[in-house]
Design a protein around this ligand. Structure first.
Ligand SMILES: [Zn+2]
Length: 625
């Protein structure tokens, strides 16, 4: 079973780890010493605008050097896992956590001063809100927070479910949820055992952690941790919430049509007793533990006659004897065709393209810029198949973004917001159309699927990209409520189940016990990784794609456009990329797309033929739940 989309989601964490924000992105748990130290120390800089500027300059210099060293250590650790490299990585990352906490606290003291230069103010804010889980300075709090976060993480890592009564680990159970051979009873068993075993034991720890982190957020000047998470988007937390809700409302009709169609197919396959024709869908029937992406059950819903595309990229590559490095060369070729400089020689020497035979490595795909300048690399265990072909384009998107903004000051070495970094490679990958494959000589023109196959292609895309939207939004909706207290510990699970039902139209396959903590069964909750970025990236990639196709003068249906070879698109894209995080994201968006607003309209245009087709299929069905 293929899990591209899931993998892309998970790899984001790894992707950003080695870059500028590594220390803050990973600062799940500050050490006690770290928070205590800056609280006692007097400010080494005068509390005025000049002092703030001097503080920022020193912090940028220190962090630049630190991240280079940390990236080197983490690279070695990820590509050569031993007890020693684990210990080295733990040490250098703990140092990074200490630094990020100390700098955030100092930045918070400067942030309210009058007369700050705009760049200084922006950089103070970046330092101040760069921690995911802030610890308060109260003695013992950071240690406790650290212990809880570590415990939650390891509970998840060690989590087991059962299949036919036998224990099964996390990655195997994830794959089995997408196995079309599994019966509804087996799926329900896996779903329930995973949620009961993994989630439930975390509940008390999670509640305690929320309390501590909120104290830390207050010390940094935020109302609660959820407000802090929403403060990185150049708008108020309330406006950001409203923007995400608007984007969801724009896409909801498309999701509803997909939901109705898929429910009908599930009903026809399983019968009324398993999946009724109306109401919500049973969570375990969608090919994914969290019902977040449904691509695994595409064969079940594929349109008759036009479901199969008629070619497979993996087979096309194999037929021409293309190996992993050739696949990366093809990816590079796409970016070169837009006018981007070729990848440096060091990229080819230092990247990990395939799984070494003689040692343990982290195979999760990621993209790095080790020296913050031009030492860009990818780390993958490439297999010659369609999924990895797409993933290569995705990872290279990170690399080209990293290199494009490498002349920015240290604190701006990042995406315009966290959704942008993920969206770049995905938007380029949208351009891997049959026509593009012909242009690069992989596909023979006679093999190009006829237009009547488009629905299958679009449906396959929608099963991952559209199905994901409500889930991408509700994970943090739940956490925002938990952090601001509107969801109390006694309501943790019912609120989660209610949000799943309200947004996704999904219900658990079995009754939930009173002590359930289903959110804990999703990695990003115990792992404390903010999730809204994935929602934003899904929307943004279509905005980028539409802008590129318009600039390329594309006139046909949007989903068939490829902007391969268009230098004008490359120039405009680069104008956005090279800004890094130096300006509010609407300015970066405008540099490429001409608009300052995030909009779901391009996504709707891309899927327009599918919407029409779904509406016809859904005639006579009761949409919604
Ligand atoms: Zn990524």
């Amino acid at each position: 079973m293929k899990h591209t989309a899931t993998a892309l989601c998970a790899l984001v964490i790894a992707t950003l780890a080695p870059t500028a924000q590594a220390q803050s992105a990973h600062a799940a748990a500050p050490a006690d010493k770290a928070t205590a130290a800056p609280a006692r120390a007097a400010l080494p800089y005068p509390p005025n605008a000049e002092g703030a500027a001097a503080f920022i300059a020193a912090a940028e210099k220190d962090l630049f050097g630190y991240t280079v060293e940390a990236s080197q250590v983490n690279w070695v650790n990820s590509t050569y896992i031993t007890e020693d490299t684990d210990a080295m990585a733990a040490r250098i990352n703990a140092e990074g956590t200490e630094k990020s906490v100390a700098y955030a606290l100092e930045a918070a003291k400067f942030a309210a001063l009058p007369g700050l230069a705009p760049d200084v103010k922006r950089k103070l804010d970046i330092l101040r809100n760069g921690i995911v889980l802030p610890a308060p300075t109260m003695p013992g709090a950071a240690t406790e927070l650290n212990e809880i976060a570590t415990r939650l993480n390891s509970l998840y890592g060690k989590g087991k479910g059962t299949l036919n009564g036998k224990e099964i680990n996390g990655s195997d159970i994830e794959a089995e949820m997408g196995n079309p051979e599994r019966t509804p009873a087996e799926l329900a068993e896996m779903w329930a055992s995973w949620h009961d075993n993994v989630g439930a034991p975390m509940k008390d720890d999670y509640a305690r952690m929320v309390g501590i982190a909120n104290e830390g957020a207050k010390e940094l000047g935020f109302a609660d941790t959820g407000v802090m998470w929403r403060s990185g988007y150049d708008m108020s937390a309330a406006d950001f919430t409203a923007m995400t809700e608007r984007l969801w409302q724009e896409t909801r009709p498309l999701y509803l049509a997909l939901h109705t169609y898929v429910r009908k197919q599930l009903n026809e396959k399983h019968g009324d007793a398993v999946q009724p024709r109306t109401g919500p869908i049973r969570a375990d029937l969608l090919g994914n533990m969290w019902a977040q992406e449904w691509g695994n059950i595409y064969p079940l819903v594929a349109p008759e006659g036009s479901g199969a595309l008629g070619y497979d990229i993996g087979e096309l590559l194999a037929k021409q004897n293309k190996g992993p490095v050739d696949m990366v060369k093809i990816g590079e070729g796409f970016y070169s065709s837009l006018g981007f400089e070729k990848l440096p020689e060091t990229f080819w020497q230092r990247s990990q393209f395939t799984k070494p035979a003689d040692r343990e490595v982290v195979c999760h795909a990621s993209a790095w810029n080790v020296d913050n300048v031009d030492d860009i690399r990818i780390k993958m265990c490439i297999k010659v198949n369609a999924d990895d072909f797409v993933t290569i384009h995705h990872e290279l998107g990170h690399n080209y973004y990293q290199r494009a903004y490498n002349e920015q000051p240290f604190l701006y070495l990042n995406g315009a917001n966290d959704g942008f970094h993920e969206a770049i490679g995905d938007f380029v990958a949208l351009s891997i159309t049959p026509e593009y494959l012909v242009q690069i000589g992989l596909l023979d023109r006679s093999q190009v699927p006829s237009a009547d196959k488009d629905i299958g292609l679009l449906l396959r895309q929608a099963m991952d990209k559209v199905a994901f939207l409500p889930f991408g939004l509700l994970v943090d909706k739940w956490r925002w409520g938990v952090f601001d207290g509107s969801i109390q510990p006694a309501e943790y699970n019912t609120a989660w189940v209610d949000l799943k039902r309200e947004y996704q139209g999904i219900v658990p396959p079995v009754d939930r016990p009173a002590d359930a903590f289903d959110p804990g069964a999703k990695y990003h909750i115990p792992g404390n990784t903010p999730y809204t970025r994935y929602f934003l990236a899904r929307i943004l990639q279509f905005q980028f794609y539409k802008a590129a196709c318009d600039q390329a003068g594309w006139k046909g249906p949007l989903h068939r456009c490829s902007f391969y070879g268009n230098k004008e698109v490359g120039e405009k894209l680069n104008a956005m990329l090279e800004m890094g995080a130096s300006k509010p994201w609407p300015e970066a968006l405008a540099a490429f797309t001409g608009t300052r607003e995030m909009s779901a309209k391009p996504m709707l245009e891309y899927f327009a033929p599918l919407i029409e087709w779904l509406d016809a299929q859904n005639e006579g069905e009761t949409a919604g739940w």
